[in-house]
Design a protein around this ligand. Structure first.
Ligand code: UD1
Length: 437
């Protein structure tokens, strides 16, 4: 699971120009792979970002449980889980990402039990799984917690009426996968409806599931007996799209992001226009470009269709270049500004506050979490040696480094490799002077 090399060397200062093609969405692909465990028939997934480390981890989890991979290369995953041969996987795989907990639905349905190592993932807050566990209990699972793992048992999962305390992406996906083969109907209230969740629903529908998405954050799943194999294409990665868009605009360049879909990025596109940059919707992508001096903005991250939390780290770099005072209020994760201290080393003027700035009051009001950022711009960024704390922050360091004067070294390339495919090749093609050292 080692990445190719642990550091990037970036020589900044050149605008990005050219065309880049998006990979399949990481946040969708890993869930689609897990969903294949729900059938004993073959599944063929196209546009699959096989070389992202997170996909390799997910592949190993599935393989530990009994999946046979017929192909896992050249953006194709072809696989079949005729039989679940194991109801657990190594703790190391559990610690690397948060996909493991999503296997419970298939394991409980096909074997009646699951043993899930306690989760890892990015260091961006506590990231508990209480919503998952409480909802699974409502579906009839019996859960015991041990020091290093959870043990779940269920003779059968039974449809239930479940309200999530917050529209969690992972909990919604877990519930959809757990209830599509349950007895009876499951209602998820306050569900997340991210495009990656819709992608999962579309693949499950092709496999035989009956799932409705209502307009008021309700998802209704009517349990069926069995699911069958299918062929599916992963949606393009809207996080990669936003990251490259930020890089293009921050560097005062112009980049066509092939595969980027307007429907997945409405709030991002509005924010781009509000700061005075621009975009053009093309038949097969979106062109992003710098236009004029940028203006400040107030952004509050939110669940879809709001401004996605994963977009804020690259966007903050744009705001260091806008003229005036901008605010980002992070309302999804309590602790997603850890990366800012390194940006300050590069000359960014960003202060963090534990209050809700920006207009709304969020779940983290009256806590001590520094979840609002005030960004004063424009500030010239200068080169630095920086260490990446998590995936999204990693890309924002790349954006900072490629607009900074001089050579920056970014340590912790493996975090960036967890989320982005062929990133050095793609950025080099756009004119960035980047190499692995
Ligand atoms: C997914 C994405 C991640 C994105 C996030 C929000 C993947 C692999 N990752 O993460 O890139 O930033 O959605 O769009 O798809 N929470 C609880 N209890 C729970 C579950 C969640 O308190 O049981 C809280 C979390 O701590 C967080 C919030 O709910 O504050 C949102 O988390 P969630 O939507 O579940 O994120 P992930 O699915 O882990």
């Amino acid at each position: 699971m080692k990445s190719k090399s642990s550091r990037f060397l970036v020589k900044g200062g050149k605008p990005l120009h050219g065309t880049v093609k998006l990979s399949g969405a990481k946040n969708s692909a890993s869930k689609l792979l897990v969903a294949t465990l729900l059938t004993d028939q073959p599944v063929h997934i196209n546009n699959f970002p096989c070389t992202i480390i997170e996909m390799e981890v997910t592949r190993q989890i599935c393989e530990s449980l009994g999946t046979k991979f017929i192909k896992f290369s050249n953006n194709e995953a072809v696989l079949q889980t005729k039989k679940i041969t194991n109801t657990s996987f190594s703790e190391d795989l559990g610690l690397i990402n948060r996909i493991g907990i999503l296997t419970v639905g298939a394991l409980l349905k096909r074997t009646g039990e699951a043993r899930i190592p306690k989760l890892g993932g990015d260091k961006i807050g506590a990231r508990p799984i209480d919503f998952h566990l409480n909802a699974l209990k409502q579906l009839g699972a019996e859960i015991n917690e041990y020091e290093k793992f959870y043990e779940l048992k269920a003779k059968a999962l039974i449809g239930a009426n479940i309200t999530l305390p917050f529209p969690s992406v992972g909990a919604t996906e877990n519930l959809i996968m757990s209830s599509c083969l349950a007895e009876g109907t499951t209602y998820i209230h306050n569900a997340a409806v991210e495009p990656e969740i819709i992608d999962l629903i579309l693949m499950l529908q092709k496999m035989g599931a009956i799932i409705d998405v209502l307009t008021d954050r309700r998802i209704v799943i009517r349990g069926v007996e069995k699911l069958k194999g299918t062929t599916h294409r992963v949606i393009p990665d809207r996080l990669e799209a936003a990251s490259i868009a930020a890089a293009a605009i921050a560097s005062k360049g112009e980049v066509v992001v092939k595969g980027a879909r307007q429907i997945d990025m409405i709030s991002f596109l509005n924010s781009i226009r509000l700061i005075g940059a621009d975009y053009e919707i093309l038949d097969d992508g979106i062109k992003f470009f710098y236009k004029q001096k940028m203006r400040p903005i107030i952004i509050e991250t939110n669940v879809h269709p709001g401004f996605m939390t994963d977009w804020q780290p690259p966007f903050i770099i744009l705001l260091t270049q806008a003229e005036g005072v901008s605010i980002i209020h992070e309302t999804v994760y309590e602790n997603r500004f850890g990366y800012v201290s390194e940006l300050k080393k590069m000359g960014a003027d960003i202060e963090l506050y534990n209050t809700c700035l920006g207009g709304s009051v969020c779940r983290f009001a009256n806590t001590n979490y520094y979840h609002s950022a005030v960004i004063k711009g424009p500030t010239a960024l200068h080169h630095a040696n920086i260490t990446v704390p998590d995936i999204r922050a990693g890309f924002s360091y790349l954006v900072a480094a490629l607009i900074a004067k001089g050579e920056s070294i970014i340590d912790g390339a493996h975090y960036i490799d967890r989320g982005y495919e062929h990133i050095t090749e793609k950025l080099s093609k756009l004119g960035v002077n980047i190499s692995r050292i």
